[in-house]
Design a protein around this ligand. Sequence first.
Ligand SMILES: C[S@@+](CC[C@H](N)C(=O)[O-])C[C@H]1O[C@@H](n2cnc3c(N)ncnc32)[C@H](O)[C@@H]1O
Length: 251
Amino acid sequence: MDLNELSKRPPFLHSDRFGNLTSSWGASSRLLKFLDSCLQDGQVTLETGAGISTILFAMKGCRHTAIVPDQAQVTRIRSWCEEKGISLEHVNFIIEKSEDALPKLEFSTPIDVYLIDGAHGFPMPFIDWYYGIRNMRVGGLLFVDDVQIWTGLVLRRFLAQEPNWEIVHSESIEFFAARLNAQPVASEWNQQPFVLHNSLTQSSTSFIRKAVGYGLVGIHAGSSVVNLARQRDWAELRRRSKAVRQSGSLG
Ligand SMILES: C[S@@+](CC[C@H](N)C(=O)[O-])C[C@H]1O[C@@H](n2cnc3c(N)ncnc32)[C@H](O)[C@@H]1O
């Protein structure tokens, strides 16, 4: 079986909110096609969530780990693969929520390809990203599905501006793929271009937010002066105005 056949007749692995089995929650054919072009036999791979993508990882001969809390879904994947003669010998299912499993998970061989497609609510994709990429090799590929959901979109916008990541493929309202070009480092907010740009501070790289940042400092300064004047704390007021003259900040 190849990807064409899998996409033509996708298995019904997911259950919708009425409990009916469906194939429409699987990764899109565009994502599967791009993933298929990147995967190689023997690669170490990881995904959060499971489904049609898991079958593709198995068909490509990857040493794959899928983290998914739904045992019934895994049973459906197993029986479909058995019926079609697809080996799951190198697939390791971890039946747990990814936010619980990933912080404990360590890989002896670094991950080549990582697909985030588990829970999409805040902050799950960020947790999956943060803990999962600790095990990725430099040069490895990260896929994030469902960029039409705000969490996935924020992750794409954030990584697009991070110097150690490079977006290598993006389907605007579907998914993106990014390459890890250097070891990830935990930076403070003002060293992260995306966070800095979107923050209402004097150091924002957005002209409008920087202006608002200065405005907020002005409002804060004004209300401090009013409070000190109300309390008749003239000594403190003098100290602060001296600090403003010297450093431009209220101190
Ligand atoms: C959109 S589906 C994944 C589709 C899959 N990539 C495919 O191609 O069929 C979302 C998956 O995330 C799983 N999931 C839900 N909550 C999760 C969590 N907290 N951690 C990991 N997986 C979760 C669901 O059971 C489901 O398998």
